[in-house]
Design a protein around this ligand. Structure first.
Ligand SMILES: [Fe+2]
Ligand SMILES: [Fe+2]
Length: 274
């Protein structure tokens, strides 16, 4: 009996240390990806902002669906890395609306999901994220690229990424309002996007952006609060994009901004909507 209790105790300790190792690995991975995205934002602020906004939005969307933490993390990192295949490309290809790209630029643009896949797939344990990156421009009706996957053949996270990705471009490349951006997504329901997901996303956006019709105000850094819509980029003195225009602040983002307050470029007054 005593032996049994001893064994149970040993097993409990082993489980605890395995959990600790898992936690450390996760923290290391998170740190590496964050560092990578900060580096991307240094060379192309538009791309850095796009990756940060889409990842924050996808996380918020999935948390509202009450998905397990692991699924939320998976989608969050897929979003943070989804356009890594564009790194090193001419800023024109990244920042110009796709309809305005030249034939040559369009050819290069079409390569980025496979390039991104190849970069991420080479990292141990990231093969599932790599597959999601590869498919983020696949259309629901099979007319997308690179593999012309149809409907449920497209990984679930890629179907969601396609929606969040385009929403962000409508907002920040085409200057559409949230309402106009959602209307464009609904136009593509069943052809470009998973129709069920677009409907869920529409309900989510109506809540997420409920207060952005208010006019922008400036507040001092120490008065930033969770729930405020950031109406300008927050940039550090070394050029790193700390938080991009267009995110809704949560407690974590507010704490992060406060911790870098001495390094923020342009003073301590921030334009927000709330
Ligand atoms: Fe992309
Ligand atoms: Fe994108």
């Amino acid at each position: 009996m005593e032996d049994q209790e001893k064994r149970i105790h040993e097993l409990e300790n082993e489980i605890k240390s395995l959990k600790d190792v898992r936690k450390t690995l996760r923290h290391n991975f998170q740190g590496m990806v964050q560092l990578l995205v900060e580096t991307i934002s240094l060379s192309n602020r538009f791309l850095g902002g796009h990756l940060k906004r889409t990842s924050v939005m996808i996380k918020s969307f999935l948390e509202k669906q009450n998905l397990p933490k692991d699924s939320v993390f998976f989608a969050y990192y897929a979003a943070l890395l989804h356009d890594i295949g564009l790194v090193g490309e001419d800023a024109v290809i990244i920042e110009k609306p796709r309809a305005e790209l030249s034939e040559e630029e369009e050819k290069l643009f079409l390569l980025h999901p496979v390039r991104g896949y190849e970069i991420v797939n080479s990292i141990y344990n990231l093969k599932r994220i790599a597959a999601s990156i590869r498919a983020h421009h696949e259309n629901y009706d099979g007319t997308g690229f690179p593999d012309k996957l149809i409907g449920r053949e497209i990984p679930e996270v890629s179907r969601l990424l396609h929606i969040v990705d385009d929403f962000d471009h409508y907002r920040f490349k085409y200057n559409s309002t949230p309402k106009e951006a959602v209307a464009k997504l609904l136009d593509g329901a069943g052809t470009v996007y998973d129709p069920e997901m677009v409907n869920q996303f529409e309900s989510f956006i109506n809540l997420y952006y409920q207060d952005t019709s208010h006019t922008a105000k400036t507040v001092n850094l120490d008065r930033l609060e969770s729930g405020m819509y950031l109406d300008e980029d927050i940039i550090l003195s070394n050029g790193v994009l700390l938080a991009p225009k267009g995110i809704i602040l949560d407690n974590l983002a507010v704490a992060k901004i406060h911790s870098f307050s001495s390094m923020i470029r342009g003073g301590h007054v921030i334009r927000v909507i709330y």
